[in-house]
Design a protein around this ligand. Structure first.
Ligand code: FAD
Length: 467
């Protein structure tokens, strides 16, 4: 691999406009780090591209040298797919241009953008692109996998709002994918992750929105079961303007948390209302009725504040491990297991995240995009988050143990962006009835599986497993 990275370096050296970083050189150490501190790899070369031409040259040189290649936007892959040992990283962090057309309510952004750069640019025109909840997340990885966030119920998944992609494919050509041109690739890129090429530009729809109403509150341990029962029934008929997420966790030791709840198992409710401000209360009141009144807070929030309020809770460099799944319904025995699990949580930042999909995202048919089946509205993400390597096994085994207990009640399927690096066997499950079509598109655009470091679809294998 060392020889291959030398070959790529000498091939790119004279024509590359961006930066080529090798181990030992200034800037390499910072450039090699990704968000998940569990994944500390040392690539042989980081090619930080300045433009589409650099991406094409890097793909061609890597393909000729036969070097293992990772593609990086924001580096937030929980699985650590945006780095590798000894190979090449195609780093898009210099490609962060965003242009907004306020009249057409459209934007075009480059393949290295973080969510925050898009939000800042679109808000200048009073518009939003529906994306995720942490502004330092990369847009490319998030959108290509699907993209859920506060606005998913009202405006759909991020990938549902993409109208066109510009892609550098495995042979180094630049290809457009939209509803008319290369429609199969357009279909596959909306949920299929990094399997098909390096996306250098996204063209997306925007929606008018500048502020939301946020309500939050904590339910004590004894109130978790009734809260989950209320949430389950309430969300089935809730309007699309309401998003209600619940985190099961140990309450933080902060001033805002009532003293008797600090460090105790709680359910933290986060409600976002995007409709008419006067209508918020009629939904917030019943939803917050099971929270400790002292913990309840409501306020109107500028959109940019909403999009950054969780940033500090997920810092770069900590250790993270996750497992995720969908429930078609939240049965009493699943609720029992979730309630029991909160008291066994191994650390203060670890949490069970629960979201209810439905709304506009849930109305799109299972075969319309590669993201697929949106019919199971309850999404659960077990997210362990801790600082020290010595605590790895306690956290990983807690996540795995709880996941195995809950698994029988889940619907087959998983959101690829919430998968860990040890779950390749679940990729066919993620795409189940869409698997053969995904394989066909992969086989056409990347027959040698050059784009391997992702929730990978091997070209040429068409038998669905685990579906
Ligand atoms: C703190 C945090 C918060 C999150 N919040 C949300 C959320 O609210 N909603 C949600 O849906 N998900 C969320 N996620 C999951 C997130 O969607 C994935 O981790 C996603 O992969 C991150 O994208 P990235 O560009 O930062 O990742 P990277 O690590 O850079 O890349 C991830 C994958 O995408 C591929 N890729 C990256 N850029 C390109 C490109 N330009 N072209 C082709 N392939 C590319 C990579 O090769 C890799 O396989 C969150 C993750 C974190 C860490």
């Amino acid at each position: 691999m060392l020889q291959a990275s030398r070959e790529v370096y000498s091939s790119l050296r004279r024509r590359f406009k961006g930066d080529l970083l090798r181990p030992g050189e200034s800037g390499f150490e910072e450039a090699r780090a990704i968000w998940n501190g569990m994944v500390a790899r040392v690539p042989g070369l980081i090619a930080r591209c300045a433009d589409v031409g650099d991406v094409q040259n890097a793909v061609r040189a890597a393909s000729e040298a036969g070097i293992l290649t990772a593609v990086r936007c924001g580096g937030h892959s929980l699985a650590g797919f945006s780095t590798c040992d000894g190979g090449l990283v195609i780093d898009l962090s210099r490609m962060r241009q965003v242009t907004v057309d306020p009249e057409a309510r459209r934007a075009r952004f480059s393949g290295g953008c973080l969510l925050g750069s898009i939000d800042t640019a679109t808000q200048k025109a009073g518009l939003v692109f529906p994306s995720g909840v942490v502004s330092h997340t990369g847009a490319a990885g998030l959108v290509l996998g699907g993209g859920t966030g506060w606005l998913t119920r009202q405006f759909g998944l991020s990938c549902d709002n993409v109208e066109g992609f510009t892609v550098v494919t495995a042979d180094g050509s630049v290809v457009r994918a939209d509803a008319q041109e290369n429609p199969d690739l357009f279909w596959a890129l909306r949920g299929g992750g990094g399997n098909f090429g390096v996306v250098t530009a996204f063209e997306v729809k925007l929606h008018p929105l500048t502020s939301v109403v946020l309500a939050e509150g904590l339910s004590p341990e004894a109130g978790i079961r009734p809260l989950l029962e209320l949430w389950r029934d309430f969300m089935a008929d809730a309007p699309i303007e309401l998003k209600w997420n619940i985190d099961l966790r140990l309450a933080p030791h902060t001033e805002q948390v009532p003293v008797e709840l600090r460090g105790q198992p709680v359910a933290a409710s986060w409600l976002i209302w995007t409709g008419d401000m006067d209508d918020a209360q009629q939904y917030f009141r019943p939803a917050l009725s099971l929270c400790d009144p002292e913990s309840v807070r409501r306020r109107t929030l500028p959109f940019l504040e909403l999009q950054t309020m969780a940033d500090a809770a997920f810092p770069h460099g900590r250790r993270y491990y996750t497992k995720s799944g969908y429930f078609p319904s939240l049965g009493d025995s699943t609720i029992d297991r979730l309630v029991d699990a909160v008291s066994t949580i191994p650390s203060s930042e670890t949490q069970i995240e629960l979201a209810y999909l439905g709304g506009v995202a849930g109305r799109i048919g299972a075969t319309e995009t590669a993201f697929g089946d949106r019919s199971a509205p309850f999404i659960m993400n077990l997210l362990a988050n801790w600082p020290e390597a010595s605590d790895d096994s306690a956290h990983i085994s807690w996540v795995r143990g709880l996941f195995n207990q809950l698994r029988p009640a889940m619907k087959p399927g998983v959101y690829v962006n919430f998968m860990s690096g040890d779950e390749q066997d679940r990729v066919p499950e993620a795409y189940h009835e869409r698997w053969d079509r995904m394989v066909a598109v992969k086989s056409h655009y990347d027959p040698d599986n050059f784009f391997l470091l992702n929730q990978n679809i091997s070209p040429g294998k068409t038998t669905a497993k685990n579906s």
